[in-house]
Design a protein around this ligand. Structure first.
Ligand SMILES: NC(=O)c1ccc[n+]([C@@H]2O[C@H](COP(=O)([O-])OP(=O)(O)OC[C@H]3O[C@@H](n4cnc5c(N)ncnc54)[C@H](OP(=O)(O)O)[C@@H]3O)[C@@H](O)[C@H]2O)c1
Length: 367
């Protein structure tokens, strides 16, 4: 099978580098187009990332030779599409929200589908915010989105914020089993790579914790409601629950966002901690026959040790795509409490975006 050519917008940044590395040897997709800011445009990719490549794994040599384009110039991507080098794009741009929103729409209008990590379109009413296992059926809005905007081939789907990734699948698994979360209090311990590169100044991070990440608590409290929402009359209607109170902290960890969660169920409550662990470890939401290359074999791993999960030891579990949970116990105020971990730049960003694209290909929207 010939591979589908893909472009990465923001290819030189933290998330963009993860896309480039994760797409090395991908069985379905091949990077043939890269774009970033005008600062990087006109350089070979290997020169644009020289001295700022952040990952242990490197990029494929042919990608290093690709000339970086200006992501603001959609006509360059359209030309690449016409010569077969850019069938769709992953967007990992970090620029103003209004500029990102307009630019991603310009790609979609020009016939180039956009799978985005940026927050600009998360609240656009007809744009799905996908976590493949949790709400893959939300991709079904794509034909409605295309029709409403007069787009032929292009569309936009987005990923949610990386800080909520570790507890959305566990909450969804419990809801699928009939135990709906009504109230959640969560404290996150978020890695510095979540702020991009160069990110938070080292003097703010060494020997320190910063108890504020701009906009993150609002995103953590609102985004789950769209993800658990429904499609009605061509737009998303948010779920009413769970009500969430979030405390988001930046901690001196390179990769991996940890969340300490207290959760209260509605009237129907699980009978025991053992029942909850069984629900989590047997959770399979994507149909098995899909066999998507980036999907973790077991989306939720439970660690019995009382000092796990830990970012350094657990973030890379199953291609860094699994959520790792531990410390499930009764809560004195709500019903249960637990600690959850997910890799922010892989599961929470590039890996999650690739999994969304695999799902979209399976559903016939990409190719
Ligand atoms: N880091 C994470 O864990 C994470 C997780 C989920 C979502 N996200 C989201 O993913 C996106 C990328 O985040 P990041 O952490 O990778 O940021 P980053 O390291 O700062 O990278 C930003 C990228 O955007 C490009 N860029 C900046 N200004 C531009 C402009 N005016 N025009 C065109 N391109 C421009 C940069 O190109 P140059 O290199 O040429 O400057 C670079 O490629 C953001 O929207 C972020 O919110 C990040």
């Amino acid at each position: 099978m010939a591979k589908i050519s893909v472009g990465v917008l923001g290819a030189t940044g933290m998330v963009g580098q993860n896309y480039i590395a994760l797409l090395n040897d991908h069985p379905w997709f091949e990077v043939r187009y890269v774009a970033a800011s005008p600062r990087s445009a006109g350089k070979k990719y290997k020169d644009a990332v020289a001295g700022r490549w952040q990952l242990a794994k490197t990029y494929a040599p042919p990608v290093g030779e690709i000339m970086v384009e200006d992501a603001n110039d959609v006509s360059r991507a359209v030309a690449a599409f016409k010569r077969g080098d850019c069938s769709f794009v992953f967007s990992a741009l970090e620029m103003g929200k209004d500029e990102t929103r307009a630019l991603e729409e310009a790609y979609a209008a020009a016939g180039i589908p956009v799978v985005s990590n940026a927050s600009a379109h998360r609240w656009t009413p007809d744009v799905p915010m996908l976590i493949a296992e949790v709400n893959h059926q939300h991709a079904d809005i794509i034909p409605t989105q295309q029709k409403a905007r007069g787009w032929n081939r292009g569309f936009i789907v987005v990923k949610p914020n990386c800080s909520i990734q570790s507890y959305m699948a566990p909450v969804h698994a419990l809801a699928k089993a009939g135990y709906t979360a009504e109230r959640i209090i969560v404290s996150t311990l978020q890695a510095v790579s979540g702020a991009g590169y160069p990110g938070v100044p080292s003097l703010d991070m060494i020997d320190n914790i910063v108890p504020y990440i701009g906009g993150e608590e609002e995103k953590s409290e609102k985004e789950p409601l769209k993800i658990f929402g429904t499609i009605e009359n061509g737009v998303f209607q948010n779920a009413a629950l769970p009500k969430i109170s979030a405390h988001c902290n930046r901690v001196p960890v390179t990769d991996g966002h940890t969340a300490c969660v207290s959760l209260e169920f509605g009237a129907k409550k699980p009978s025991s901690m053992e029942e909850i662990i069984k629900i989590w470890t047997t959770y399979r939401s994507l149909p098995q026959e899909l066999d998507l290359p980036m999907a973790p074999k077991q989306p939720i791993i439970y660690r019995e040790e009382n000092d796990r999960p830990q970012p350094r030891k657990d973030r890379d579990t199953d291609k860094a795509m699994a959520v790792v949970i531990g410390r499930l116990r009764p809560c004195n105020v709500f019903d249960i409490r637990f600690t959850a971990l997910s890799h922010n730049t892989v599961r929470g960003a590039a890996g999650g975006g690739i999994l969304s694209a695999e799902l979209l290909k399976h559903k016939g929207y990409l190719g």
